[in-house]
Design a protein around this ligand. Structure first.
Ligand code: PHE
Length: 325
């Protein structure tokens, strides 16, 4: 009777036990070597009449075995349960969208600029650079554009002060290079330039690549050959190219070069302003006045110069119809 009560009591306590700590408390309570309830019963056997001992002993022992088994089953169950809970807590959903890292890309202007520079380096030109904040002397006067010359208005200049401007073109680099070196010269000068101008094909800051070649026997035919070689390398053999007479104070004769508008495939669009052509560069033979200004012998030396718009070329190359994009 006492055993049955003990058994039920132990089973009930086991049922409501859910932790290994609690289970250990129960093990001590029932099976502990000193105070355990079953240990206690086994000790009490000696007080029973001798002939009752075997029967009682075997009953207590089977209860002990039963409870031991129940304990170890419970222990297994608790461990399994804790592990399941841990696995659930630590579950990783590998199908979940991760954080997509921002990948940087090179700007089309950077790519096209590099391509232009590489083509001219292949033709033997060396790269020079000049300041973006420039004396108006270099930007204008030394290029044969005096104070009252109408060409100054065309440049829509950003003035820093009376004598300092944001350069409106890369041509001042021509002057700086010629002041520092003697012919023969074969240089390009890539860089940023600034004009107060903004529409689908003009931006207040844009890029030019200046070119300058000075030697003793330079011809307009060579200028044309260099520019055509460049445009073919850049746009392929089938690109329509045309040279138009033009005027720049620092070149004589001067020309402008157009390529067929690839935005509209020469049908007429906003970018080419319905002309089917896009002006990509200005060029000409260096004006002797410019040579005189930098101390070159204008009887001895002949040169050509050109300046091309990088954004225009990038727009044509990538089919972008608005410079602001
Ligand atoms: N500097 C001129 C411009 O910006 C382009 C040019 C450069 C023309 C060199 C002739 C020679 O329009």
């Amino acid at each position: 009777m006492e055993l049955a009560v003990l058994e039920n009591e132990a089973k009930a306590k086991l049922d409501s036990c859910h932790s290994l700590d609690g289970l250990e408390q129960l093990r001590i309570e029932y099976l502990g070597r000193k105070e355990g309830k079953i240990t206690h019963l086994l000790r009490g056997l000696g007080k029973l009449p001798i002939d009752a001992r075997p029967e009682a002993g075997s009953q207590i022992n089977s209860l002990k075995e039963l409870i031991t088994t129940l304990f170890s089953d419970k222990q297994t169950a608790i461990i399994a349960n804790e592990q399941n809970q841990r696995l659930f807590r630590e579950k990783i959903d590998v199908t979940m969208t991760g954080f997509i890292p921002q990948v940087g890309k090179r700007h089309p202007i950077t790519n096209v600029l590099e391509e232009i520079v590489n083509i001219f380096m292949g033709l033997g030109f060396e790269v020079e650079e000049g300041p973006e904040v420039e004396y108006s002397h270099y930007n204008f006067d030394a290029l044969n554009i005096p104070q009252d010359h109408p060409a100054r208005d065309m440049h829509d200049t950003f003035y820093i002060s009376d004598t300092v401007v944001l350069r409106t073109h890369t041509s001042p680099v021509q002057i700086r290079v010629m002041q520092g070196k003697n012919p023969p010269l074969r240089i390009i000068a890539p860089g940023r330039v600034y004009r107060r101008d903004a529409d689908v094909s003009h931006s207040p800051m844009f890029h030019q690549v200046e070119g300058l070649l000075v030697d003793e026997k330079t011809t307009f035919g060579e200028l044309k050959a260099v520019l055509e070689a460049f445009l073919v390398a850049m746009f392929g053999k089938d690109t329509p190219v045309r040279f138009r007479p033009s005027f720049f104070p620092f070149t004589e004769p001067s020309c402008e070069v157009d390529i067929g508008c690839v935005i509209c495939n020469r049908k007429g669009c906003g970018v080419c302003k319905q002309t089917k052509w896009l002006e990509v560069l200005g060029a000409g033979m260096v004006d002797p006045e410019v040579f005189k200004g930098v101390g070159y012998d204008s009887e001895k030396y002949i040169g050509f110069a050109f300046g091309l718009g990088v954004e225009r070329l990038a727009m044509l190359k990538y089919g972008i119809d608005n410079i602001r994009l």
